[in-house]
Design a protein around this ligand. Structure first.
Ligand code: HEM
Length: 361
């Protein structure tokens, strides 16, 4: 059901994206803006529906298994499964944080070369207005996700934190190399009681370790733990830069006047996308060996169709090709846009006018 609903949202997005992109000079400005708003809304809704389908794989509800047969199907209960809200919120914020910081990063880089360019100044402000609040809210949403996993997917949480033994006052592990064979972690820093608190709201709460699960039902602990560290590490960096932006905005500092700030934002350009990949590794590798948690194993879901390697290679090549096309299009739109040049000539914020006037004097 969420997948079919996603289809409606996707087509709405695609149609109005066409209207938006090709309608600049062809439809009235109000209608053009409306098309843009619809693209934003339907894009977000389409992402939310896809993530809800994934959340159902993590905490399946809305059916009963009787003698291996699926009965009592309730599509609405499947949509509103216990992981839907947390995952949809986390992914939506992730998308805004990653995109906002990527756009801000590109404009910050260009401002380092051309600090007086008013187009890049405006664009930096708008992009940070999207990216910074999302990056600041993301750790809170991640905390909601972690609490949800503690309840519904304890093996995933144990793998994320490389918790081999069930414990009260379970520590939060920073860094470290887990070794599932010896059930130990080397080089990690432990914050006593931290995991108990984050998962259950009390430093003394018991957190289930991997010892509660048969060895063949453990996910790949080093991969899940590393991916979790990358996601949280990059998320913390982005949140710090977002705080810096808020501080500057509150103090009414010109963002583009600080080279250090611009360098920090430029360094953030790819971080959100790397964190998103890491987050999906946590979710997907962390659920293994299940494809539908507790119901169906991935090994049982593999299609017996021969020749899959060819389609896999074909799609990989297609996406690499599309990636190159998109990069080239973005390059020509952002770096060489005539619209940008025109704006640069006609609009300068007062502070820049003043700086230019001073320089001329
Ligand atoms: C800063 C602290 C963060 C915490 C505590 C956190 C926590 C989590 C947790 C517990 C999951 C697993 C959810 C599940 O499998 O059900 C997850 C997944 C995910 N995370 Fe994070 N995360 C953080 C930051 C970020 C950032 C900065 C991004 C990207 C910009 C991100 C992107 C994702 C994505 C895409 C997923 C998979 C889809 C989803 O669950 O929505 N996370 N995160």
């Amino acid at each position: 059901m969420p997948f079919s609903l996603e289809g409606f949202a996707f087509f709405t997005e695609a149609i109005f994206l066409g209207v938006y992109l090709y309608g600049w000079d062809r439809i009235p400005p109000g209608a053009h803006l409306f098309a843009g708003i619809l693209v934003a809304i339907s894009g977000a809704v389409s992402g939310i529906f896809v993530v809800i389908a994934n959340a159902w794989m993590n905490s399946p509800t809305g059916f009963e298994l009787v003698n291996g047969q699926i009965t009592n199907i309730d599509p609405v209960a499947a949509i509103f499964n216990p992981a839907s809200f947390q995952q949809a919120l986390h992914m939506t914020l992730a998308a805004y944080a990653a995109t906002g910081f990527a756009v801000a990063g590109i404009h910050a880089l260009l401002l380092l070369r051309d600090p007086l360019n008013s187009f890049h100044r405006k664009a930096l402000g708008i992009a940070l207005l999207v990216g910074a609040p999302a990056a600041l809210l993301q750790p809170l949403s991640g905390d909601l996700s972690a609490k949800n996993i503690a309840e519904y997917q304890p093996a995933k949480l144990a793998a994320m934190e490389a918790l081999f033994e069930t414990q009260t006052r379970a520590p939060l592990l920073l860094g470290g190399l887990p070794d599932p064979e010896s059930r130990t972690v080397r080089y990690g820093i432990e914050i006593p009681g931290g995991l108990s608190f984050l998962a259950h709201g009390s430093f003394d709460a018991e957190v289930k370790g991997l010892d509660q699960f048969p060895r063949e039902e453990w996910p790949n602990v080093p991969v899940v733990h590393l991916a979790f560290q990358v996601m949280v590490g990059l998320g913390s960096l982005m949140a710090l830069v977002a705080l810096w932006a808020v501080f500057k905005a509150v103090r009414r500092h010109e963002l583009a006047m600080s080279r250090r700030f611009l360098m920090a934002v430029a360094a953030c350009t790819p971080l959100g996308f790397i964190a998103i990949e890491a987050g999906w590794i946590v979710t997907e590798v962390g659920r293994q060996p299940w494809i539908i948690h507790g119901v169906m194993k991935t090994a049982d879901a593999v299609t017996p169709m021969p020749g899959l390697a060819y389609t896999f290679a074909g799609f990989t090549a297609l996406y690499i090709f599309l990636g190159v096309v998109v990069s080239w299009l973005l390059y020509s739109q952002i770096i060489r846009s005539p619209r940008q040049q025109a704006w640069h000539r006609t609009y300068l914020p007062p502070v820049v006018e003043a700086t230019l006037a001073r320089e001329q004097r």
